[in-house]
Design a binder for this molecule. Structure first.
Ligand SMILES: [Zn+2]
Ligand SMILES: [Zn+2]
Length: 358
């Protein structure tokens, strides 16, 4: 099978691998139909990542079809069923797994990091991912490319679900990438509040407007986003952001968020944050005044990955066309052009690059 194998920073090689060897007894073989490029893949390709030990095939935003049937006491899927894949392999033994919070598993393994991912013609998925409901059939209504975006949409749903039942006056999203745009759609749909998007890329902010952003702010100041802050402060009398998503990897935005957030506010850290050395687990630290949090009842929380239930929610929202993923798909490539796809993604050309030809 054709596979793009990651060997380390700036070293990805197109190889022909024997996929039968790669598929063990406790795994099921699927043929990849599309795999979307995540900024995580690009960062890992450029700088390495503490979670990834090469050689490994990257790619965790996957639409695939079953090669053979899957049959167990809980589930039957016939060959050629198209599915979206939950890229978390849980231990099923820890407290978080017992609570079905598999994304927080104490012994977490991940498709496209710990085991081979979707930038290949075939992929072997552990049967336990099937058993926890992590293999979601794709309806005929949804294209292969859209189905590969179900995973990142599920991660966005996981972040928005944290605040879905709370009340906010208005929201800010830092980051105009695919994640920020998906969160924008979810906030408009579920919280029905005013949303300001702060980003660095003009054409993405134009897309944000089309997708319902009430205000977009172009700010190319990477450290403090001072222009954006002033603009927001000027109109602060009109709306007071008390829900803020940080959906880029810039820790400077957390400082900005702390200056902007109103009382009873919530700041959600969606992304992994960059350090001087990207690949390290620790990111740069920020100073927080505990009294500010206390007197204003402000909380800061993280959001990481998703759970199978979020993938199902995502699939239903796309199937019913309540969430439009189609407008985010801008560039498609064959597997031999994977470096080009990564370049496109890191140069912010278009919105989402997808490998859909193997
Ligand atoms: Zn991703
Ligand atoms: Zn676990």
């Amino acid at each position: 099978m054709n596979a793009a194998v990651y060997y380390g920073p700036n070293d990805i090689r197109l190889e022909n691998l024997d996929f039968n060897e790669a598929c063990k007894n406790d795994m099921n073989l699927l043929r990849v139909l599309s795999c979307s490029v995540c900024s995580y893949d690009v960062r890992t390709y450029r700088n390495g990542n503490f979670k990834v030990t090469p050689p490994v095939i990257l790619g965790h935003e996957i639409c695939a079809e079953l090669v053979e049937e899957y049959k167990s006491s809980n589930l039957y899927l016939k060959p050629q069923t198209r599915v979206s894949i939950y890229p978390v392999i849980p231990c099923l033994e820890c407290w978080y797994c017992h609570k079905r919070k598999f994304n927080l598993c104490n012994n977490l393994k991940e498709v496209g990091s710990t085991i081979n991912g979707g930038f290949a013609e075939y992929i072997a998925i552990p049967k336990k991912v099937f058993e926890i409901g992590g293999i979601i059939p794709v309806s005929d209504n949804i294209t292969n490319e859209e189905a590969s975006l179900i995973e990142p949409l599920a991660c966005c749903i996981n972040s928005v679900n944290q605040v879905k039942d709370m009340e906010f006056e208005s929201a800010i999203i830092f980051g105009d990438g695919p994640i920020g745009l998906m969160q924008l759609m979810l906030l408009k749909r579920f919280l029905k509040i005013s949303v300001t998007m702060i980003g660095k890329i003009k054409h993405r902010l134009e897309t944000a407007k089309k997708l319902g952003a009430d205000l977009v702010i172009l700010s190319d100041d990477d450290s403090e986003l001072s222009n954006g802050l002033n603009q927001i402060k000027e109109i602060n009398g009109r709306f007071s952001p008390n829900l803020i998503f940080i959906s880029n990897n810039n820790p400077g935005c957390i400082k900005s968020a702390l200056k902007l957030v109103n009382k009873n506010g919530r700041i959600i850290l969606f992304s992994g944050f960059k350090n001087k050395l990207y690949h390290q687990k620790k990111s740069s630290s920020i100073n927080i005044d505990p009294n500010f949090l206390h007197y204003n009842q402000v909380s800061i929380s993280g959001s990481f990955s998703s759970n199978p239930v979020n993938l199902k929610e995502a699939m239903d929202l796309v199937d019913s066309r309540e969430i439009d993923l189609h407008s985010l798909i801008s560039n498609t490539y064959s597997i031999d052009k994977i470096k080009e796809a990564f370049n496109t993604s890191e140069s912010f050309i278009g919105i989402k690059s997808i490998i859909n030809d193997f």
